[in-house]
Design a binder for this molecule. Sequence first.
Ligand code: ASP
Length: 438
Amino acid sequence: MLKAAKFGGSSVAGAEQFKKVKAIIDSDPTRRIVVSSAAGKRFSGDHKLTDLLYLCHAHLTYGVSCEDILDTICARFAEIRDALGLKYDVEGEFETLRCSLSKDTPVDLLVSRGEYFTSRLLAEYLGFEFVDAFDCMFFGFDGQIDTEKTYSAIKNAVEKYGKVLIPGFYGRSPTGKVKVMSRGGSDITGALAAAAADADVYENWTDVSGILMADPKIVKDPRPIAHITYGELRELAFMGASVLHEESIAPVKEKGIALNIRNTNRPEDAGTMIVDSVEEEKGEDGSFITGIAGRKNFTVITVRKRNMNTTATLRTALEILDRYKASAEHITLGLDSFAFVTATAALGDSVYDVISDIQKNCRPDDIQIQDGIALVAAVGRKMTCRPGTSGRLFGALGEHGINIRTIAQGADELSIIVGVENEKFENAIRVLYEGFAG
Ligand code: ASP
């Protein structure tokens, strides 16, 4: 058994969090690959080191001194080191960094130092070999990770050292420079490390006990999801549930590695297990909805034309939308009409041009635009092939006076998406949660 464990910024925010990480690692010797983010917020109002490093870079670019910010960052590391009795020469290393800085310092190099220093300290504390991401995460010329080179380097490191600690978020470009991933990229590093070493599980340690069934800002104390499939997760993430970095799914999914989201502050909680398929016989998850997510501020454009060739007219309308760089999130088709839902912000002021182009090219009898629409998705593998599911969902929304403006069901029946007025968004989520998920 081999586990790769990635710890997010809040899990390594300070010395107390480091202690929790050590307890987790020490309790299971199969956790032999650790990936760390940069120290994050210790309390609300605190700063993530990555954010401070981006700020430093902005100061350098504009020729403004960033000495104070660098002092703050250095002090955070020194504090962790001293509280844990570590030896790492934070001040010396920081001095070298400080002396190398100029307005030409690449932003990627500077911001990667959050992960670098945090991981240096954590490696010493855990007694793991520090393996720099610069030496094992390789980007290709296309900006994507060169998996062949990366996997072989990580595999070798794990075989050589047994227990390795790799900083997340960055790697080496083909021209030998530090290159960072997009924000939250340590999730990707963790997934790649797990895939490279053919780990059995990729544990993603954070500050919640798994993915919640609904947004806790809308539903009070939503239950965490015990099991979810990759397909369901994609639907939920697409509809706005903030979970993992999107690109962290593919490497582990491809290798059939289970992904377990865990809470560093409550290691006794099982968290959420993300797998390819779930054996329903276990009957652990009672409800037929796995999760609910949604997003506000969509525009519905409805086009009506008697006896139209719907496919051809729709194609023309979609091409127009595409020309203005907006995309249709959902499409509903009728005999003499169709409607598409698009993000209002993506449409922006182009809405007038889109309408006038549709008028010109499709010659409809009527076009209607409705703003202020929210999309709410009920996602669940158990909805597949279950008669009456959508009827029950729509019935519950209707009973609470929520008018459904559009309806879409994913072709694989994994999700049912309804469009409601923005003002009814929170209520719709609560109704669905209370009726079908709670
Ligand atoms: N530290 C980086 C960020 O804040 C990467 C990560 O935490 O995954 O985005």
